[in-house]
Each structure stands twice: as structure tokens, then as C-alpha cells.
Design a protein around this ligand. Structure first.
Ligand SMILES: [Ca+2]
Length: 188
């Protein structure tokens, strides 16, 4: 079990959902604790009626086609769902890149069929330029489902996006290209 920095029950759940191996969590005000399945086989584990235990069952949706505002440095749109999460642009050959022409870049991808989308996990480029994604509009079928507005760049982040539709898009709200390495989209 590890203690995480969640400040609320929802943050605690999000921490768990983005960590591989997290089976569930307990949360009391100010204390978020994550545990793996092995916790049930550890004699030191104690349950308490004071704690709620939640599990989150998610279904990963598959993209079937994509497009982006332009292509730079061979960063074609398919790299964002090639299953390769390597965040090193040059070393991994797994990241997309739109043209750095002073215009806001965008990337979009199509699901096989419309679905109820719950959240999206974005793997940012880590070797450079992460702050380019600090301000984005995330949309489903052209309707914004989440506005990213950060002052500190993220590496891997999960954003809520409660919407029904088939086309997901990331639109930069700054005059920067879009460059990132993987997008995973989920339905609950
Ligand atoms: Ca990739």
C-alpha cells in the first residue's frame, strides 16, 4: 500500500486509475491510500468499517482513423495510438507532431462507433516542449468535454471527458504545435 497525494475522494480515485497495479483505494479526509491485489494476501492488511473501498472497471476504446492539422518531423497522427507509450520523440518514434508555424495545432481520432466516453489519458512528450499542451480544448464530436488549463506541464495525465460521440480531438489553445506520444480513451 502506498499513500498518495489525493486531496479528495475523486483525486484519490484518479490516482488509482492512472497507476498500473492499483486495485482499489481507501480514502479518509486528507488521507488517500492505494493498494494492489496483493494487499488481500498480506496478513498485515486490516479492513475497517470506517473505510470505503472502490474499484473502477473501465473499457479502453479503440481509434480506427485520425487526422491532424499538419505533420512535422514524421510525427504522423497514427503514432498517438500505436500502443507505444515511449515519451522520447526521437528515441521512441512514437509521438505525433504538427507544424510549428505559429498557429494552434490540433489532432483528432475516430472511434469505430459512437460510445459513452468517460476519461482520456494523454502521454505528453517528455524530452522537450511539454508545456505546449498546458492549454487545450478536448472535444467529442466538436463539443468541448474538458478544458486543460495548467501552469505546470504534465507528463502523463488523465482528464475527465464525459460525452457521447465518436470523434475525439485535442485543440491547442496556444499558438503551438500539438506533440504528444499516446492517447488512451475510456468508457466506464
Ligand atoms: Ca505512441
Amino acid at each position: 500500500m502506498v499513500s498518495a497525494s489525493g486531496i479528495g475522494r475523486l483525486n484519490c480515485a484518479e490516482d488509482c486509475s492512472t497507476r498500473s497495479g492499483c486495485f482499489g483505494f481507501t480514502w479518509l479526509p486528507g488521507l488517500c491510500r492505494l493498494f494492489s491485489l496483493s494487499a488481500f494476501y498480506n496478513l498485515a492488511w486490516e479492513s475497517s468499517a470506517e473505510c470505503d473501498v472502490y474499484t473502477l472497471n473501465t473499457t479502453k476504446l479503440n481509434f480506427v482513423a485520425c487526422n491532424q492539422s499538419s505533420v512535422m518531423q514524421n510525427g504522423v497522427c497514427e503514432r498517438a495510438f500505436d500502443g507505444n507509450k515511449n515519451q522520447d520523440y526521437w528515441g521512441g518514434l512514437s509521438c505525433i507532431h504538427t507544424d510549428n508555424n505559429g498557429q494552434p495545432g490540433w489532432w483528432e481520432a475516430q472511434l469505430a462507433a459512437p460510445a459513452q466516453i468517460s476519461h482520456v489519458t494523454i502521454y505528453n512528450r517528455a524530452d522537450c516542449c511539454s508545456s505546449r499542451l498546458n492549454k487545450m480544448s478536448l472535444t467529442v464530436d466538436g463539443v468541448e468535454c474538458h478544458r486543460v488549463d495548467l501552469t505546470v506541464a504534465f507528463s502523463i495525465a488523465t482528464f475527465s471527458c464525459n460525452a457521447f460521440g465518436s470523434k475525439f480531438a485535442m485543440i491547442n489553445l496556444q499558438a503551438f504545435s500539438i506533440t504528444m506520444c499516446e492517447v488512451e480513451i475510456y468508457s466506464l
